[in-house]
Design a protein around this ligand. Structure first.
Ligand SMILES: C[S@@+](CC[C@H](N)C(=O)[O-])C[C@H]1O[C@@H](n2cnc3c(N)ncnc32)[C@H](O)[C@@H]1O
Length: 284
C-alpha cells in the first residue's frame, strides 16, 4: 500500500462527517480492499474516501452543488483558489448574505460559471452557522452567518492535495441517486454506504435536500444492499442505532456491529454527546 498523504482530508464541513468513526470503520474494511474498486454512493465531504485513498473509486452524491466542487477542485484548481482568496479578503456578514442571495435570482445564478458556483459553496460552507448545508422548499440556501473569527475559507494545501489525488488516480465522480451508482458494482467492488442517518425524532436534523431522506428511502437502501449481497458485492453501511434500522437489517445475511459515536449536528440538546451507531456488513 503506497504511503498515505496526510494532507488529504475533507475541504468542507459536512453533516455526518465520519472522522470520529474512522478507526472503527477501518477495522471492517475487507482485507482485499486494495484490489477492489471502492464505491461511495453518499460521499458527502469524503472523510472515508480521503482516509482510505483508494487508487480506483466511484464517488457519488445527490447534491449537485457539492459534486460540482469535486469537479472544480479536480479541473480548475488555480482559478478556484483565486476565487476563494477573494472571498476570504471580503468576508464579513454583509458580504456573506450578498453571496448567499445569489441563488435568489435564478437567472443570475444560472449565469455563474462553475468556478464561481463551487467557490460560493465552499465559502458559504466555511462561514455559515455550523457548516450546515440546508436549503428551503424552493431550494434556496438559508443558513445564517456563523460569525467565526478566522474561518478556513481557502485551505490551499488541502485543496491541492485533493486536486492531486483526484488527478493521479482513477476516480469517477457522479451526481445522482445512490441506487444508480450502487448498481454499477460487481464482485470486484467494495461499497461503503453512509446515508443520512435514520432519525426517530422528526425534529432532528436530517434534511440534506429539500425533500430529505425518509423511512421509505431507508427501505429502498436496504433493498439495494440486499440486491448487492445476492450479487456477492461486499458492502458496509453506517446508520444510527434505532429499532427501525435493526429491524430493516435483521436478515441473517447481515452482520450488525454496534459502535459508540459522537454526533456533531443534532438540534435536540439532550441528543448531544455519545450516540450509538451501527455498522452493517454483508460478508464474513
Ligand atoms: C451522511 S452524509 C455523508 C457523510 C460523508 N460520508 C462524510 O463523512 O462526510 C449523506 C449524504 O447523502 C446525500 N444524499 C441524500 N440523499 C441521497 C440520495 N438519494 N442519493 C445519493 N446521495 C444522497 C446527501 O447529500 C449527503 O451528502
Amino acid at each position: 500500500m503506497p504511503k498515505k498523504n496526510p494532507l488529504l482530508k475533507p475541504y468542507l464541513k459536512w453533516a455526518g462527517g465520519k472522522r470520529q468513526l474512522l478507526p472503527e470503520i477501518r477495522k471492517y474494511f475487507p482485507k482485499t480492499i486494495n484490489n477492489l474498486t471502492y464505491y461511495e454512493p453518499f460521499v458527502g465531504a469524503g472523510a472515508v474516501l480521503f482516509d482510505l485513498q483508494p487508487k480506483k473509486a466511484v464517488i457519488n452524491d445527490f447534491n449537485a452543488e457539492l459534486i460540482l466542487t469535486y469537479r472544480v477542485v479536480k479541473d480548475h484548481i488555480e482559478e478556484l483558489i483565486q476565487e476563494l482568496k477573494k472571498h476570504k479578503d471580503h468576508n464579513n456578514e454583509i458580504y456573506y448574505y450578498e453571496i448567499r442571495s445569489r441563488d435568489r435570482d435564478k437567472i443570475g445564478f444560472n449565469h455563474l460559471n462553475e468556478i464561481e458556483r463551487a467557490s460560493r459553496l465552499i465559502f458559504l460552507n466555511k462561514t455559515c452557522y455550523n457548516g450546515l448545508y440546508r436549503v428551503n422548499s424552493q431550494g434556496l440556501f438559508n443558513v445564517p452567518y456563523g460569525k467565526y473569527k478566522n474561518p478556513a475559507i481557502c485551505e490551499e494545501p488541502v485543496l491541492r492535495a485533493v486536486h492531486l489525488y483526484l488527478n493521479s488516480n482513477k476516480i469517477t465522480i457522479l451526481n445522482g441517486d445512490f441506487e444508480v451508482t450502487a448498481k454499477k458494482t460487481n464482485d470486484k467492488s467494495f461499497v461503503y454506504f453512509d446515508p443520512p442517518y435514520h432519525s426517530q425524532d422528526k425534529t432532528n436534523f436530517t434534511g440534506y435536500q429539500a425533500d430529505g431522506f425518509n423511512d421509505d428511502e431507508q427501505i429502498r437502501l436496504r433493498d439495494t444492499f440486499l440486491y448487492l449481497t445476492k450479487k456477492n458485492v461486499p458492502c458496509l453501511l453506517s446508520n444510527s442505532d434505532t429499532p427501525f434500522i435493526r429491524e430493516l437489517y435483521k436478515d441473517k445475511c447481515f452482520d450488525i456491529i454496534t459502535v459508540l459515536a459522537k454526533r456533531a449536528i443534532n438540534s435536540a440538546a439532550d441528543g448531544r454527546g455519545n450516540v450509538n451507531e451501527v455498522l452493517v456488513k454483508n460478508w464474513k
